[in-house]
Design a protein around this ligand. Structure first.
Ligand SMILES: Nc1ncnc2c1ncn2[C@@H]1O[C@H](COP(=O)(O)OP(=O)(O)O)[C@@H](O)[C@H]1O
Ligand SMILES: C[C@@](O)(CCOP(=O)(O)O)CC(=O)O
Ligand SMILES: [Mg+2]
Length: 392
């Protein structure tokens, strides 16, 4: 057993945070991916190599055996975390409530899925290595891409879903994808606390989708959008930001609930405009509306308390070039998106990118709509990813 899977990151166009409270979100996959290689071994150990976060872990099967849950969810969709397993794992890894360490969260998510899927059987010796093109903890869904890869690879290893590589014409069927998505959601619950599920849905299915109260509606026809991605490099944690919005809703329900309703209406209006753009000639007015929606939503996100001065800088700098931006993902720093119009000239794009780099931000034009979770033959993996995964 030796295979590689990958899953894309995502950008949320509209609806971050509101989606956690049952409102609609529009999200799209990015052509930036997380890659995972899983190798079976006979070492009597489990190795987890996470070069992006400089974490290299190893456990004896004997110590992991002590943690195995009584029940095991293999082959079926799961909706809730096994609280007793989480408690044992937190104690094992040494996590306290205040401790949101990147490595601990990644370790907990891995061990939770591994032990849940293999708990009732002989635990297998494995080496799992994960490397991502996505910045970690920056709003582009790295946690979901990581969880989707873990779920897909470990479900394959446990025999719960097939290894589609043996049939090169086939990917996973809907039922397999739903199972991957449901286990990825468990990983997200461990990393985020209270995820909506939109990120793991995009990581699983790819493309553009509307997500509403757990329902995933793929948007088949969407116009080609040009988007600039900017990483302010201000570190933040989705878990903390999501909890902060909840506190604000609890403190001022009559003030914040209408803001969430307004974000919901923004997502719906944006979807309507995007759909019009696929069936009638695209006009400047379509872009004017998309830009206004971006501005309004960015103000709403500030009201929810998830803005950051670096994101204000992004919006201000791009607006001086006539471009509109908003944060994407959990905010509080991390990444923002800037909509480019079809006629936006490459000189304007280059100058904007340079202005933003002068502020110390990373900035690049990106293509959207990459495929969802995939299994790869070694030759179909990007050379850079393969080269890194081959080191372990
Ligand atoms: N490539 C990776 N290697 C290890 N852990 C990862 C990786 N990508 C994501 N993670 C996990 O996801 C967490 C970041 O999740 P989150 O705060 O939701 O930010 P994001 O916006 O990137 O999803 C990290 O702290 C880490 O635990
Ligand atoms: C804020 C939220 O809407 C998106 C979080 O995305 P990210 O982890 O910042 O990439 C939370 C969620 O939907 O689970
Ligand atoms: Mg995340």
């Amino acid at each position: 057993m030796d295979y590689i899977v990958s899953a894309p990151g995502k950008a949320i166009l509209h609806g971050e945070h509101a989606v956690v409270h049952g409102k609609a979100a529009l999200a799209v996959s990015l052509n930036l991916r997380t890659y995972l290689r899983l190798k079976a071994s006979t070492t009597g150990k489990v190795y987890l190599n996470l070069p992006n976060i400089d974490a290299f872990l190893c456990w004896d099967l004997a110590e992991l055996k002590q943690l195995t849950p009584y029940t095991c969810g293999k082959k079926k969709e799961v909706k809730h975390l096994d609280a007793e397993l989480v408690r044992r794992l937190r104690e094992f890894v040494g996590v306290t409530n205040e401790n949101l360490d990147t490595c601990n969260m990644a370790t907990l998510a891995f061990l939770y899925i591994y032990l849940s899927l293999f708990g009732s059987e002989e635990l297998p010796s494995l080496t799992v290595s994960v490397w991502s093109e996505l910045p970690t903890g920056a709003g582009l869904g790295s946690s979901a891409a990581y969880s989707v890869c873990l779920a897909a690879a470990l479900l394959c290893a446990s025999g719960a879903i097939p290894t589609p590589l043996w049939d090169p014409t086939a990917g996973w069927c809907q039922e397999d994808l739903e199972l991957i998505n449901s286990w990825a959601f468990q990983g997200e619950m461990i990393i985020h606390g209270n995820p909506s599920g939109v990120d793991n849905a995009v990581g699983t299915w790819g493309g553009m989708l509307r997500f509403l109260a757990g329902k995933i509606i793929p948007l088949g026809r969407v116009p080609l959008l040009r988007i600039l991605l900017t990483n302010t490099k201000i570190p933040r944690s989705t878990k903390v930001l999501v909890a902060g919005v909840k506190d604000r809703i609890n403190k001022f329900p009559s003030i914040i609930t209408p803001v969430l309703d307004s974000v919901d209406a923004i997502s719906c209006t944006c979807e309507k405009v995007l759909s019009e753009m696929t069936c009638e000639p695209i006009t400047g007015e379509h872009y004017n509306i998309l830009e206004e929606l971006i501005d309004i939503n960015q103000h709403h996100l500030n009201v929810m308390g998830v803005g950051h001065p670096a994101l204000d800088t992004l919006c201000r700098v791009t607006l001086t070039r006539g471009l509109h931006s908003k944060l994407t993902g959990a905010g509080g720093g991390g990444c923002g998106i800037t909509l480019l119009r079809p006629e936006t000239d490459s000189f304007v794009v280059q100058s904007t990118v340079q202005d933003l780099r002068d502020y110390g931000f990373d900035c690049w034009e990106t293509s959207i709509g990459g495929p969802g979770v995939q299994q790869h033959a070694p030759l179909s993996v990007k050379v850079e990813a393969l080269e890194i995964l081959n080191r372990y």
